[in-house]
Design a protein around this ligand. Structure first.
Ligand code: 1GP
Length: 247
């Protein structure tokens, strides 16, 4: 089964999907594999690999290879630019940062990376990427015109644009380590116009209660990264998050 189909099936039958984000720049490949293994034991659905800075090349390849030694969960690239492509992943979120001011993050990195994706045979999953305040590192690196957190109508406008451009997934990103995640009002408003298109929410989700709030508001998938890097018991933390969002 292709990865997009796998994720959609979970979203439609089991409840909100949990995605574990691992930034190759944050730990050694062996440590990344340990986090992925522990996350899989806790019930995560797939492993996203990528980051805004220093997440490409040999380090990315080695991180993926080590992760694949420790878990059968699908691996999905979450690239910060064209260097975030690796043939060792199962799929890639082929994304455009729709509210960037910099054409490099809207179409140029995509064009430079596309032939590499084509040759590698990994599965592209089209995604509209929209950054909301505070936006964190990715907001700065991607030169995003941050959407004010209490202006859901602006997020709705970008999400609709992505949907009409043919993107299957929409990702509302508050930025890694954000003080608070995207508001339930914004999640609900965006999901309302997306209909069957899948909505991913990430940035600042740290506990089951917050994850549940995002899921109830309409998130089809949630992403957590920072809390797992900080946790002494990744499996228990994932169990807390997963049990809060599944039916
Ligand atoms: C970042 O949305 C992801 O791109 C995850 O954010 O690190 O805050 O979990 P956290």
């Amino acid at each position: 089964m292709q990865v997009e189909e796998y994720l959609n099936k979970i979203a439609e039958s089991e409840g909100t999907v949990h995605l574990t984000l691992i930034d190759p720049a944050s730990q050694t490949p062996d440590q990344a594999a340990e986090i992925a293994h522990a996350a899989a034991l806790g019930g995560t659905d797939a492993i996203m690999v990528g980051g805004s800075t220093g997440a490409g090349g040999v380090l990315l390849d080695q991180t993926l290879l080590k992760i694949k030694e420790r878990t059968d969960k699908p691996t999905i690239l979450f690239p910060g630019n064209a260097s975030g492509v690796s043939k060792h992943a199962d799929a890639i979120f082929f994304m455009s940062l729709l509210n960037s001011r910099d054409i490099n993050y809207i179409t140029t990195n995509q064009a430079m990376g596309a032939p590499v994706v084509y040759k590698s045979g990994i599965e592209p999953i089209s995604m509209a990427y929209i950054i909301i305040e505070p936006g964190g590192t990715v907001g700065w690196v991607g030169d995003a015109k941050l959407i004010p957190k209490h202006k859901p109508e602006l997020a709705v406008a970008y999400a609709l644009a992505g949907k009409y451009l043919g993107m299957h997934y929409t990702y509302l990103e508050a930025g890694s380590g954000a003080d608070s995640p995207v508001t339930p009002e914004m999640i609900g408003a965006v999901k309302h116009v997306l209909g069957d298109n899948k909505l991913i929410v990430g940035g600042g989700i740290r506990d089951g209660e917050t994850a549940k709030m995002c899921a109830l508001a309409g998130a089809d998938m949630i992403v957590t990264g920072t809390i797992l890097e900080e946790s002494s018991n990744v499996t228990a933390k994932i169990e807390e998050l997963v049990s809060a969002i599944k039916k």
